[in-house]
Design a protein around this ligand. Structure first.
Ligand code: COA
Length: 174
């Protein structure tokens, strides 16, 4: 097991081909795809092509979030649009197993991702967008030191309606 960063109860490792089936199932759950913004449905073949491209992609990294106690893979976190000139990247997260949500796993996984982004990649800023209509997700990020930077009005078309997106970011302030 190639652990990239390790915390109190979780660690991150690069997503592997054997994680794809689990990931496919999680991403097709309404509670996840509506929040993450992934376009569903997609086929297993499309996912495999995505995974093969990911191996060559210098500006995108996907990690499996795993439990230290039993190596269970419980969700994914990613950095993409990694901009080495401006030292920033976008992040995304989901905890796939619903029964594990609300127990601190998401918070620890984001902290591990930020540690990797700020220390290993030497980034200065990590940002993300979420729907204005998801206050629990906004609170989640704010508790992790993210600040709201603005609202992109009617920025996305989701399920028949234009939705506002809130831009959130965490700056590395040592
Ligand atoms: C958002 C998410 C990553 C948080 O991970 P988590 O392990 O549930 O979060 P933690 O236990 O570390 O923190 C709990 C806080 O997260 C927030 N939260 C957001 N969505 C939540 C959910 N579905 N269940 C529980 N808490 C959630 C709440 O603010 C909660 O605080 P509260 O106790 O005051 O309500 C996780 O719920 C998830 O994967 N949701 C679906 C995908 C998603 O929303 N990703 C972010 C999109 S930008």
């Amino acid at each position: 097991m190639n652990k990239t960063t390790e915390g109190r109860q979780l660690y991150l490792r690069r997503l592997e081909i054997t994680d794809l089936e689990r990931t496919w199932v999680w991403l097709h759950r309404r509670e996840i795809y509506t929040k993450i913004g992934v376009k569903v449905p997609f086929s297993r073949e499309e996912q495999l092509i995505w995974f093969e491209k990911l191996q060559q992609d210098p500006v995108k990294i996907v990690f499996a979030v795993c439990r230290l106690k039993d190596d269970a893979h419980i969700g994914n976190v990613s950095l993409d649009q990694i901009d080495s000139r401006h030292h920033n990247a976008r992040m995304s997260i989901f905890i796939g197993d619903e029964s594990l949500q609300g127990q601190g796993c998401g918070s620890e996984a984001v902290q591990l991702l930020l540690e990797y982004a700020f220390s290993t990649l030497q980034l200065h800023k990590v940002w993300c967008k979420t729907d204005a209509g998801f206050p629990a997700v906004i609170r989640f990020y704010e508790r992790l030191g993210f600040r709201q930077e603005g609202v992109l009005r009617e920025h996305e078309f989701k399920e028949g309606a234009f939705v506002d997106k809130v831009l959130l970011a965490r700056i590395n302030n040592p």
